[in-house]
Design a protein around this ligand. Sequence first.
Ligand code: TXA
Ligand code: MG
Length: 350
Amino acid sequence: MNTKVKVLDSNNLDKDILAEVGQVIKDKGLVAFPTETVYGLGANALEEEAVIKIFLAKGRPQDNPLIVHIADLNEIEPLVKNIPEVAKKLMEKFWPGPMTLILEKTSLIPAVTSAGLESIGIRMPKSIIARAIIKAAGVPIAAPSANISGRPSPTDIERCVEDLNGKIEYIVGGEVSEVGLESTIIDCTVIPPCVLRPGGITLEMLKEIDEDIYIDEAIMKKPEKNFKPKAPGMKYRHYAPKAPVKIVNGELQKTVAKINEMVQNYRDEGKKVGIMATDETKEKYEDVMVISLGSRDNLNSIGKNLFETLRTFDDNDVDVILSEAFEEKGFGIAIMNRLKKSAGFNIIDA
Ligand code: TXA
Ligand code: MG
């Protein structure tokens, strides 16, 4: 397939490109597009024939449900059976934005989209380009992250091209994803609502709306065999670069010392190492490939750069990636959730 690649400017949206992209969705084709979390791979959420193509293009297991994206609040009504009060408050406060709400779906949404579940995840993205594309399509858009299943999610157009060129009709570029990690998912079919995936909207922020909201305990732990998570997608290996990732956890100085010791051992074995460091530590590693995710004082930059950095190490054919750990607090919960999954929960104490 010949994939068309175009870039949109959110300050000056090209109407012709939008019309063309909208038509691709209407014709049951696939479009990768920017959002503020990560790039999405979109299709008409209401057409089985279109949605099925997403699973094929990504190599995604069919028991993993998709998130449906809308551009305006009034588009939600036909999609869900009811909207609990707390969900209404969450929408008012955090939409458009990096938050997905799980609600009971209507029959308008086909079973492939929800992977057979009676509930559906709905999100109104903040990205102006994303919402313009949904409007141009005139239908809600089902969109998982625009990566080949298992790989780190793309946060810019080049990574979408890398994974999906030749497999889909259209790739739209725009800004680099501001959050860099996927949306916070909150199950609003239960009382109190439960966070199934941490993201840019942190637990502290959610508790301002309902202080009983909590994070599903299973999220941060290594899943046991045969474990069935509430968000089906959380059971698969995720965010994984080609090289194995190891997280070194502990007091910062000890972490640096441990990583340097490990680098030495790998070097003796003839292995190439990549280190995910921070501005505070990057000068402390010698004769090894180091990428700083940003300052520890600015977790937003750590989250924004995480997936891109994992992919950069792949570009450089490192044999192993060693990462510093982060405190599981605020946005740090989302960062550590993705990092632990990319490492297959391989954590070493410094
Ligand atoms: O930020 C995002 O949410 C991005 C952008 C593109 O919007 N999308 C995204 O989609 O991350 P995806 O498919 O990579 O992740 C969707 C997650 C999966 O873990 C899936 O199991 C869960 O949402 N999910 C979807 N519908 C669900 C439902 N009805 N109940 C429980 N979990 C659900
Ligand atoms: Mg994904």
